[in-house]
Design a protein around this ligand. Sequence first.
Ligand code: SF4
Length: 213
Amino acid sequence: MLTPVQTRYDKLGPRLAENLRKRHFEAWYFTDTQDALDKLYSLVPAEHSVSWGGSLSIDNEGVQAALGKKGCTLIDRDKAATPEERVELQRKALLADTFLGSVNAIAESGEIVNVDGFGNRVAAYIFGPKQVVLLAGMNKAAKTLDDAMVRARTIAAPLNMQRFGDRDTPCSKTGSCGNCTSPDSICSYITIMRLCKPRGRIKVILVGKDLGL
Ligand code: SF4
């Protein structure tokens, strides 16, 4: 028997995908995570170079292993031996054929909001890679663009900060956003993807589950 959360996601998800398509994103909704992953794999040809930014809201290692097995060339910044090499790999990722990622919030009207510390993730989302494939749990949905901004800034960012251990930011110490300007802030670049241009370059796979932060 479906839970109320699942029932709501199954009602809202297809409408959200439709609103994304009206903004020229490609978009799909899947109830099941494996169906969503199968869609992701079908979108990435074996000859593509592939990179990713932060969490995919899913098992990153599993996705990377599957795409590597398929024959894709993986550009993995976590394989860097030095900080300098890591930056070089992040620069190379900007020209990957496929860039994978997730979102911090999506308005029901179809705008996508992200918050980024160094900006490499949102830069790739906006321009560079031939295609961007975003996988997002329906927990990322917010009613309006204003609500999506609130989710990204006051829920997703303080949650994501907890992954980095003790940092010199209010959210690291208290769990609540203090709208800081700390050098440790992960909220340097706040983007709204209002439309996808060129049409279809950004593909959004919605999953009727609570995935990621
Ligand atoms: S306290 Fe700073 S780093 Fe933390 S969520 Fe707010 S702006 Fe971002």
